[in-house]
Design a protein. Structure first.
Length: 419
């Protein structure tokens, strides 16, 4: 998320009647998101649809901001605040809040020059995010502009009476591929001609691009707007990406989940005609081999994207379904606190947060544990066949030390930003 920075003078509060007279209003483009659990705390995101800047606030600030509609005075809002939170805000507190909101151009009227500076800062900060040797985003100019026309032309595909049967049809194809894996994999095992391989790679890339457009279309349908569409280098892969930051401001969890699921839904829809070609088309030849390659790639793509331990669609769907933020990192922090200090280490977490983080930790262990065991077993068998069991064990031990050292470095590097 990008937070715009700027300065603004404090609102005048010299006369005693200021709180009774002032009726500030948020700009129409400003939206306050729902409550999200982040570790032991609760956060809200405030999005400015005009400047594309985001601000993270606590529940008290969010409560006040949602009532700045120009119809109620600050004194009236203060009474509601005192009733809910048990304390009355002094004029100095109101000054601080109004100054904060004005500095980010969130109040009416806003200075156009200030909004331009905030927009430039937000764009500059967004471009600087995610630039490491292992991760780099390269926006495609004009790609975001394709979302609105696509939403107008294809938005009907997201309606429940259309999406449910199409999604189930795609899931059926994935199940058939899993049940007939050997048959589907046979054409690839014996090798395909280079035109088939080239066509499979090209179509697969198009499917990945459509996957990301699907996220953007869903975001647009529920009132948001994607900020970027482009290519992302995430070592060792190069793939398309679509940033739909506005999803954190959607009031309904179902809309947030649907936006994250939209990419997988596009993959499921594209699998249906491919599955029909494989079932009812020629039993051999280039078209049959091409259909088999696309079925395998598409099914694997769906399954990988739905894994909740990878920060892909399935993970974000789980985040939105549980109304959480940074679920993975906060669950790791929760687990470490419990391991180090026992129940006292997690005493500050609300009951709901304890259930969510415990559940995600167990889910991650259930997925990662067997996968890691199979990977180590396969790698040990490969190394033992080449160099013997002793050398294989030493190599695995050295690799484990390197992985642990890297994880410790990554945690220390991320800790200041997270705090």
């Amino acid at each position: 998320m990008t937070i715009a920075e700027d300065g603004a003078p404090s609102p005048p509060a010299g006369d005693p009647g200021w709180l009774e007279q002032a009726r500030p209003r948020l700009r129409h483009a400003v939206h306050v998101g729902p409550a999200l659990t982040m570790g032991a705390s609760t956060v809200h995101f405030v999005a400015d649809g005009e400047t594309r800047a985001y601000l993270r606030v606590g529940p008290r600030e969010a409560f006040l901001m949602t009532r700045l509609d120009g119809s109620r005075s600050l004194a009236e809002i203060g009474v509601e605040y005192a009733t809910l939170f048990g304390r009355r805000l002094a004029a100095e507190h109101w000054q601080q809040l109004m100054s904060l909101l004005a500095s980010r151009g969130l109040l009416e009227p806003a200075d156009p020059a200030r909004l331009d500076r905030i927009r430039e800062t937000a764009e500059r900060t967004r471009r600087s995010e995610g630039r490491t040797p292992l991760l780099r985003r390269m926006p495609i100019p004009g790609a975001v502009g394709l979302v609105a026309p696509a939403a107008r032309g294809l938005g009907w595909l997201l309606r429940p009476f259309v999406a449910v049967p199409l999604g189930l049809a795609g899931i059926t194809v994935c199940v058939l591929v899993a049940l007939n894996f050997a048959t589907v994999y046979a054409p690839l095992e014996r090798g395909s001609s280079w035109p088939v391989t080239l066509a499979a790679l090209l179509i697969s890339w198009i499917m990945i691009g459509l996957h990301e457009i699907g996220h953007g279309v869903a975001c647009h349908r529920y009132g948001g707007r994607p900020t970027e569409i482009g290519l992302m280098w995430r070592f060792p892969f190069l793939a398309f990406y679509c940033k739909v930051d506005d999803v954190v401001t959607f009031r309904k969890a179902s809309h947030r989940v649907a936006t994250s699921f939209a990419g997988v839904y596009v993959n499921l829809v594209t699998l249906v005609p491919v599955g029909l070609l494989w079932l009812w088309g020629p039993d051999s030849g280039r078209s049959h081999d091409l259909a088999a390659a696309l079925l395998l790639f598409g099914t694997v793509t769906v399954l990988v994207n739905l894994l909740p331990v990878l920060q892909l669609d399935g993970y974000h769907m789980l985040e939105h379904a549980t109304s959480t933020f940074r679920l993975q990192s906060e669950s790791a922090r929760f687990t470490m606190a419990f391991l180090r200090h026992g129940p006292a280490g997690i005493g500050g977490y609300p009951r709901r947060a304890r259930w969510i983080h415990t559940g995600y930790t167990l889910l991650a262990a259930a997925v990662i544990g067997p996968a890691l065991f199979l990977l180590v077993r396969l790698w040990f068998g490969t190394l033992a066949g080449l160099w013997g069991p002793v050398a294989a064990a030493l190599v695995l031990l050295a690799e484990a030390v390197l992985v642990i050292a890297f994880l410790r470095w990554a945690v220390r590097r991320r800790r200041p930003a997270a705090d």
